[in-house]
Structures are given as C-alpha cells and as structure tokens.
Design a protein around this ligand. Structure first.
Ligand SMILES: *[C@@H]1O[C@H](CO)[C@@H](O)[C@H](O)[C@H]1NC(C)=O
Ligand SMILES: *[C@@H]1O[C@H](CO)[C@@H](O)[C@H](O)[C@H]1NC(C)=O
Length: 213
C-alpha cells in the first residue's frame, strides 16, 4: 500500500517536472528553428538499404561544429541509439551495437540543412519510429520523427500469389459454413425452446401449441 502511494506520488512529481520542463523549453524551441522530415513513413525489405532524411533551418554561415544531433529508434519494447553527432563529430561509442557499422551520414549536405542517414542491410527489427533531435547553436533545437517498416524478404513471390488467393477463398467458405452451422444451431435452440414453452402452455390450455408456432 505504501509502495503504491509513493509510486503514485513519484509519478506525479515526474509529471510535474516534465510539464515544467516543457513549459520552459517551448518558448526557446518554437517558432525559429524548424526540423522537418522529407517523408513521414518509409517501407523497405530486409537486407535492402534506405536513406532517412531530415531537413532543418540553416543560415548561410552554419558550420559543421555548430550542429549536434541524436537519433533514436523507438520500438514497442525499447529505445536504440542509432546515430550521435556531437558538434559535427560522430560519436560511435554512444551508438547501440545493433546499428554499428550500418549508418552513414553526409557531411556536405548537413551544413545545408539536410541530415541524411543511410542505413544498410536492413533487418525487420529496424522497424519503428526514428526520432532525430537536431541542435544548432545558437539557433535552437527541435525534433521530428518518421516511421520505417521493414518487412521480411519474400523469396517465393510468384507462386505465393495464387496460393494466398485460394487460401482466402477457402477461408471465406469456412466462414460461410461456420455462420450457417451457427444459424442452424440458433434456429434449433429457438424451435426447441418454443416447443418446450408450447408443451408447457399446452398442459394449461388446448390452443397453446398452435399459438406458439
Ligand atoms: C518545413 O516544412 C514547412 C512546411 O512544409 C516549410 O514551409 C519549411 O520551409 C520547411 N523547413 C525546412 C527547414 O525544411
Ligand atoms: C547497401 O549499402 C552497402 C554499404 O553502404 C553497400 O555496400 C551496398 O552496395 C548497398 N546495396 C545496395 C543494393 O545499394
């Protein structure tokens, strides 16, 4: 009981802290510094490569050293550090091993306001939301997310198509059969119930059975 109460109050404090943080941060972030994604969702197959792209506001004199970014993959189960750039320098030690050696970025387009992350040898586990926090000093910081869905590679594309069609039709027939059986059962139960009611009524009055049916 005490544990529960303290947990609840901790959650409350955390919530208040987060709200305060948001209130303080919002004025600094909003308005001036914009981060966009060029595509909100990407679709790819296992073992393919993909380039995820973010754009952000820059000035003519934006230098590489003024740019820092942290990109994370958010999945249902956990968060992975995918890419970390600290003042224009990549920091592979803060990258999760799942992405080691699989992420490439383009220095030249970064100072033009384009963060391009080339991810190679995609795995189905790479599916999820990719969030990039981009900080440009002294302009500000902001973040945007995009969605990537990596499907398992299909090796039997051609013969599978008619199969799935047949399977679908079989499924439809099974559903029809099931519904018919259920309907028949319902009718039986209903008729039985009526017959029973009628026979009960029949013992009271003679007109019972004909009325019930
Ligand atoms: C972000 O998107 C908005 C609306 O599409 C556009 O007006 C703006 O120029 C974009 N900014 C950047 C930095 O890509
Ligand atoms: C995928 O990326 C890797 C490493 O960057 C490269 O060696 C390979 O040729 C690329 N494959 C395709 C199909 O683009």
């Amino acid at each position: 009981m005490f544990v529960l109460v303290s947990l609840v109050s901790l959650e409350g404090e955390k919530m208040i802290f987060l709200i305060l943080l948001l209130l303080f941060l919002t004025p600094c972030v909003s308005g001036t510094f914009v981060v966009n994604v060029t595509q909100t969702s990407y679709q790819a197959e296992e073992n393919q490569n993909i380039t995820l792209e973010w754009t952000f506001s820059t000035r003519r004199e934006t230098s590489l050293r003024s740019i820092s970014t942290i990109c994370q993959l958010l999945t249902e189960t956990r968060t992975y550090f995918m890419f970390h750039l600290h003042q224009g320098v990549e920091s592979p030690e803060s990258q999760d091993p799942e992405f080691a050696g699989r992420v490439q970025w383009d220095k030249d387009v970064l100072t033009e306001g384009r963060l391009t992350l080339h991810v190679s040898r995609l795995r189905t586990n790479d599916s999820g939301f990719y969030v990039c926090d981009i900080l440009v000093t002294p302009d500000g910081s902001n973040s945007r997310r995009c969605w990537l869905n990596v499907t398992a590679a299909t090796h039997w594309n051609k013969p599978e198509t008619p199969n799935t069609g047949r399977r679908g039709r079989i499924g439809l027939y099974s559903a029809f059969a099931l519904v018919s059986v259920l309907l028949a059962l319902c009718v039986c139960v209903l008729l039985n119930f009526r017959r029973q009611a009628a026979s009960e009524q029949g013992s009271d009055s003679a007109s019972g059975p004909t009325e019930a049916l």
